[in-house]
Design a protein around this ligand. Structure first.
Ligand code: ADP
Ligand code: MG
Length: 712
């Protein structure tokens, strides 16, 4: 029973319009123990014959038998299996992975066949010694001479204990000394194996060859027995295990590391893509999450910052009145201070605070005037308790008229911020003080105002307005009928005229603004000394504790105005709309990602093409498509992981120094990080798959030919 039998095999190549004959009606038998020399002029079909025998290329006509088994029904997997179990290749153009060392190239074959782990290293070194390259074992293949490369390939072919060795002009590119070494090696290994060698120099092998086959025009013109071989009739079923997953993962890593320049280039490219995408993503997501549908289209600049119910009140803050309208007592103060462990601050006279409205903030920096908008205020207490990254200066505000500002303001420590304070009071008296219908505007507010508007709210929800009242003291009994007086629910007093005042604040510290534009004042600046307190204001160190605080307040005793919570409720009601909008934004942003990855793909495609040779080698020594595909996928995954980490670290570092970047980063939540990572992982996976499809569509020989053409 012949090991290999060709029965009337023909192979044609379609090139352009014409068809050229590779070989025609070839019938041959091969067996163990034979050393076959195939000769013939160039173009006679020698390589074609070899490629067909070794399952590297397909054939059109006839039948090839392996161990008596027909191969016409073979699918890709069967050929992979056959190659990995039976064939060791040695090509003319030493197909070697240039970026690997000699040792790694040999090791590759052992790992691919899952050679016992413990013996691998020893075996690899033995083989390298056998081909005389021990002193070169750690040299990169690209640095070797032709002869050394060819010997490495032989060592690699030997690493696989396979029954058939095919060599296509193995000495074609070698000088005579190297040729001799290679031929001697072949002689050594030919024992018990079937060795088929294509050569144009028959003299080189005439002493070893047992049979000589000559080809011409794709046909066998001579088949001569030189030496009788002792026929070894054995049916070897070589045991070769497929590569394991950890091996594939290791290879992927090694492949990346063996080409540091490429790794750096593509990682940098991906980092850029990830940065661009992340920045776009966070901006778009920010818009998606903060759409205000028909609600609060933004406050005009003339809106007071510290007004009740208004959005410019800090997220951390809530205002509190007693439901019975009485002044706060010490007990109230104690209760409110001690809520939730007391990690919050109480402003006592909130009316006064809220009447001290800052209209304009301006400052001069580098000769330019700035009028930042959307600023919120807090006291220095909070920056001490919730310190954010301080870039310059100090947290300690020692005097009044000192502030710590966000790096959102382009301002240096020691410079001054000028604020134009204007009183624009909205005072709410929750109910009438018993038996007393006289209101007097007291304290330092009074001097600013020229006239007042009184809105008197009745229990039946009707409102009575007294406009343009010019005295700071009013007796409601003069305006409202006696029988309606007990029906008064509360009174809102609004000033209609005011005087302004410029105040200069010295900037003593700059902090990295992780949240919003906040100016931190000293307490003293915001807390007036006068204390007629029927409204308290609680301010927590962040909006989470603020919410907790809000929840813990006894609502039966106190009325709590917490704008942050109200905003949340509106959001909840509009949730379905938000969802639709978000969906829209998401689809938009993912189209963008796809676009970026198409760019990446078109750049990477060319580089991947140049690696076709490597992949062809992997396949020719018995890696199957599935594993090789996995290898490519892992390479991409490693790369995207590295790129992602670098991109995120970069973003974080930049955001410490650049406010606009900080605003971007602030939008990214943990879930976003996960979504982003999954997005890029998926895209890389897609990239690898796309590339795999292209590579595995064509045969190994086509891949090798293509890569050779491209490298020439
Ligand atoms: P040899 O190895 O003896 O030089 P080949 O087997 O490489 O010959 O080629 C045999 C014939 O097939 C030649 O005429 C050659 O032009 C043709 N041939 C080989 N490979 C291809 C190919 N990939 N495309 C088209 N024609 C090919
Ligand atoms: Mg050839």
């Amino acid at each position: 029973m012949p090991l290999i039998k060709l029965d009337n095999i023909s192979k044609f190549y379609k090139s352009g319009e014409g068809v050229s004959v590779g070989m025609q009606k070839v019938s041959l038998e091969f067996n163990y123990g034979e050393f076959i020399a195939i000769t013939g002029e160039s173009g006679s079909g020698k390589s074609t014959l070899l490629n067909v025998i070794s399952g590297l290329d397909t054939y059109e006509d006839g039948e090839l038998y392996i161990n008596d088994e027909e191969t016409s029904h073979f699918i890709v997997k069967d050929w992979e299996n056959y190659r990995s179990k039976y064939i060791g290749f040695i090509f003319q153009s030493y197909n070697i992975i240039d970026s690997y060392t000699v040792y790694e190239n040999v090791m590759l074959a052992l790992e691919v066949q899952n050679y016992p782990r413990k013996l691998r290293k020893k075996r690899a070194l033995e083989l390298i010694e056998k081909v005389g390259l021990l002193s070169h074992k750690n040299h990169k293949a690209s640095k070797l001479s032709g002869g050394q490369k060819q010997r490495t390939v032989i060592a690699r072919a030997l690493a696989k204990d396979c029954p058939i060795i095919v060599a296509d002009e193995p000495t074609g590119n070698l000088d005579s000394e190297s040729s001799k070494q290679v031929i001697n090696l072949l002689r050594e290994i030919s024992k018990d194996k079937l060795v088929i060698i294509v050569t144009h120099d028959y003299d080189q092998v005439k002493d070893i060859a047992t049979r000589k086959i000559k080809m011409h025009d794709g046909q066998i013109v001579e088949d001569k027995l030189i030496k009788e071989t002792r026929l070894v009739d054995k049916k070897i079923e070589p045991k070769i295990e497929p590569m394991t997953l950890p091996t594939v993962m290791k290879f992927a890593l090694r492949n990346l590391l063996s080409k540091p320049k490429l790794l750096i280039f593509f990682t940098a490219l991906q980092v850029m893509i990830i940065l661009v995408f992340t920045i776009t993503y966070s901006n778009v997501m920010h818009s998606a999450r903060n759409i205000n549908i028909g609600f609060d289209l933004g406050l005009s600049f003339s809106q007071p910052y510290y007004d009740f119910n208004k959005n410019y009140m800090s997220d951390n803050r809530m205002n509190i009145l007693r439901k019975d309208g009485k002044d706060f007592t010490t007990a109230d103060y104690e209760y409110l201070s001690n809520l939730n462990g007391g990690d919050h601050y109480i402003y006592k006279d909130v009316i006064s605070i809220d009447s001290e409205i800052v209209y304009n903030i301006s400052y001069e920096s580098n000769g330019r005037y700035y009028y930042p908008s959307g600023i919120k205020f807090d006291t220095s207490y909070h920056i001490e308790h919730n310190p954010q990254f301080l870039i310059d200066g100090s947290f300690n505000i020692e005097n009044m008229n000192q502030v710590i500002v966000s790096n959102a303001f382009d301002i240096q420590v020691g410079e001054h911020v000028s604020m134009y304070h204007q009183a624009y009071v909205t005072m709410v008296f929750d109910s009438i003080h018993e038996g007393n219908y006289i209101y007097t505007i007291t304290g330092n507010n009074k001097e600013y105002f020229d006239s007042y508007t009184y809105d008197v709210y009745f229990l039946d929800e009707s409102v009575f307005t007294i406009p343009n009242y010019f005295d700071g003291t009013i007796d409601l009994t003069n305006f409202i009928a006696t029988d309606k007086l007990p029906m008064i629910d509360y009174v809102k007093i609004t000033t209609t005229e005011w005087k302004g005042e410029d105040r200069l604040y010295e900037v003593v510290g700059i902090y990295n603004d992780a949240n919003r534009n906040v100016i931190y004042f000293s307490h003293d600046d915001l807390i007036p000394t006068t204390s007629s307190s029927n409204t308290f204001s609680l301010s927590a160190s962040n909006n989470v504790t603020a919410k907790r605080l809000f929840n813990s307040i006894d609502k039966s005793e106190y009325r709590v105005i917490f704008p942050n919570e109200e905003a949340d409720i509106v959001k909840k009601i509009l949730a379905p709309l938000y969802f639709l909008f978000s969906l829209l934004f998401y689809s938009f942003i993912y189209l963008f990602a796809l676009f970026l990855y198409f760019i990446l793909y078109s750049v990477m495609k060319n580089v991947m093409n140049s690696r076709k040779k490597d992949f062809a080698i992997f396949r020719s020594i018995g890696t199957n498509e599935g594993k090789l595909g996995l290898l490519v996928i892992f390479e991409q995954l490693y790369m995207v992981l590295i790129a992602f980490i670098i991109a995120m670290i970069t973003l974080n570092i930049i955001s410490y120094y650049d406010y606009s970047m900080n605003v971007i980063l602030e939008q990214i939540t943990i879930i976003d990080y996960i979504v982003l990572l999954l997005t890029f992982t998926y895209l890389s996976f897609w990239l690898a798959r796309r590339f795999n499809k292209k590579t595995f569509r064509i045969s190994i020989i086509e891949n090798l030919t293509e890569s050779r053409e491209e490298t020439i």
